[in-house]
Structure formats: structure tokens, C-alpha cells
Design a protein around this ligand. Structure first.
Ligand code: 6PG
Length: 254
């Protein structure tokens, strides 16, 4: 159990491709379960390479047809603040990887604003507009059912980077400048918003993430290791391949 009292679990798959398939299957089953309980799930997607793999793997999950994709609200944990058609966009990558092949309701896919959109190059206004959309759709205290996150080798998650002022931002969404991971300008959910989910799922693959995973799982200073910050109110999952899990302490010490 974590200090917050919620459950934490680690599941290890042998390699990246198997991890992607395992997480895709887990996601489909969770969406089916939530809808069976009468919910319209709010799911937060993340960017990055393992996210791309698992998104594509969703299209191979036999049970995917059991999800009423038109009744899932899809959000983004962060976005690169570039033009909407820029290949760097997480929303564009997600559409290309799986959303365009599923019967989602376009009005329920909530992209973060692009730099060629209504707010021009004003990333703060764009972040504020996303916060407004979160409140419009989810109410004054928005919460998610499943929030997925990747992790960087430096321990960042979403677009909250170690020592960056955005890590301490209040509110629901924040404009991020001078991101150490290109492109430099981004929008991110705040740490407070990353902690507003029933379940937080971290997905990580590769030896290059092993130290960051260790530091996130064992640490508590989220300014230094932002990925140590988000916890699900019910469950925090670490979904890893063998390499990314290679520096974790024995299960008993988690
Ligand atoms: C982004 C992501 C970012 C990503 C991690 C892991 O927009 O860049 O949201 O937080 O999830 O950097 O990315 P990789 O899986 O590509 O290492």
C-alpha cells in the first residue's frame, strides 16, 4: 500500500511488444468493466513510444468491440504546443495509432489546443481553455477513471520535468516553456490534476527507464522526480517490461 492508503501494483511483461499487448488488453477490460457499471469512462492518454505501441495494440484486442467507444471521454495528459497537423502532436499520433479506427465520438475526444488554433501562440491561454473544458465536461472538481502516463529517463511524466516551475503549478492545466524534451513549448495537466484519477497507470519499457522507475516508485520528492507524484485514489499501476523493472527493489519493499 502507498502512504496515501491506495493500492499500488507492479506488473512486468517480458518485452516491449508484450507489454503493449498486455496493457492494451487491460485497458479494454477496464473500459468494459466501467461501462458495465454505468459509467462513461474518462480516459487520459499520454504520448511517447510505448504509448504509441499500446495504442496500436488496442486494435488487436479481440474484446475491443465490447467497448462502446462512443461513450468514452478521451483526454490528454500533455500535448506539444505545435500546429494541429504537426507529426509531433500527441492527439494526431493517437488518432493515427487507433482512435481513427474506432467508433469514438469526435466530440468526446478532447484535444489540447494547438499553436495554430483559437489561442494562437499564447500557451497560457490554451492551457486555461483546456482547464475550462475539463470543468465543462467533468464538473468543478474533474476526475478521471484511468490516467495513463509514460516516464522519461529523467523522471518526468506528462510534460512535468524535474525542477521545472510547471511542476508546482496550481489549477488543472499549465503552459510549459523550455521543456528539456523537444518541442520546447507544451501544455500539461498539473500535478494536482494528475492526482485526480481513480487509477493511474504508468507504462514504461527499456533499460533506459529503469533508474527513473526506481526513483519514482521509491521516491517522494515530486519536484525532483515528477513521476513520483501521481497516485490513483484507488490504484497506482506500474506496467513495465523486464528491462524497465530491472532496478526495482524486491516486491516486499514496494
Ligand atoms: C510527451 C509524453 C512524455 C512521454 C515520456 C516517455 O508528450 O512527450 O507525454 O511524458 O510519455 O517522455 O516517452 P517515451 O515512451 O517516448 O520515452
Amino acid at each position: 500500500m502507498t502512504s496515501e492508503g491506495a493500492a499500488r501494483d507492479v506488473a512486468v511483461s517480458p518485452d516491449a511488444a508484450t507489454l503493449a499487448r498486455d496493457v492494451a488488453g487491460r485497458l479494454v477490460r477496464r473500459l468494459v468493466q466501467l461501462q458495465a457499471g454505468g459509467r462513461t469512462p474518462s480516459l487520459v492518454l499520454t504520448g511517447g513510444t510505448i504509448a504509441e505501441k499500446l495504442h496500436r495494440a488496442v486494435l488487436e484486442v479481440p474484446e475491443r468491440a465490447a467497448v462502446d467507444w462512443g461513450r468514452v471521454d478521451i483526454w490528454f495528459g500533455d500535448e506539444r504546443f505545435v500546429p494541429a497537423e504537426d507529426p509531433d502532436r500527441n492527439a494526431l499520433q493517437a488518432r493515427q495509432a487507433f482512435l481513427s479506427a474506432l467508433p469514438v465520438d469526435p466530440s468526446r475526444v478532447h484535444d489540447m489546443p494547438a499553436s495554430d488554433g483559437a489561442y494562437g501562440d499564447d500557451v497560457d491561454a490554451a492551457a486555461a481553455a483546456y482547464a475550462d473544458e475539463l470543468r465543462r465536461v467533468l464538473g468543478a472538481a474533474p476526475r478521471f477513471d484511468v490516467l495513463m502516463l509514460g516516464i522519461g529517463p529523467d523522471g518526468h511524466c506528462a510534460s512535468l520535468f524535474p525542477g521545472h516551475e510547471a511542476v508546482g503549478a496550481n489549477g488543472l492545466a499549465v503552459g510549459v516553456r523550455s521543456s528539456p524534451k523537444p518541442p520546447p513549448t507544451r501544455i500539461s495537466l498539473t500535478m494536482g490534476m494528475l492526482n485526480s484519477a481513480d487509477e493511474v497507470w504508468f507504462v514504461a519499457s527499456g533499460e533506459g527507464k529503469a533508474q527513473a522507475v526506481h526513483d519514482a516508485v521509491t521516491g517522494s520528492d515530486f519536484h525532483a522526480v515528477p513521476a513520483s507524484g501521481p497516485h490513483g485514489s484507488a490504484l497506482t499501476l506500474w506496467l513495465l517490461d523486464t528491462d524497465a523493472a530491472s532496478k526495482l527493489p524486491p516486491a516486499a519493499n514496494l
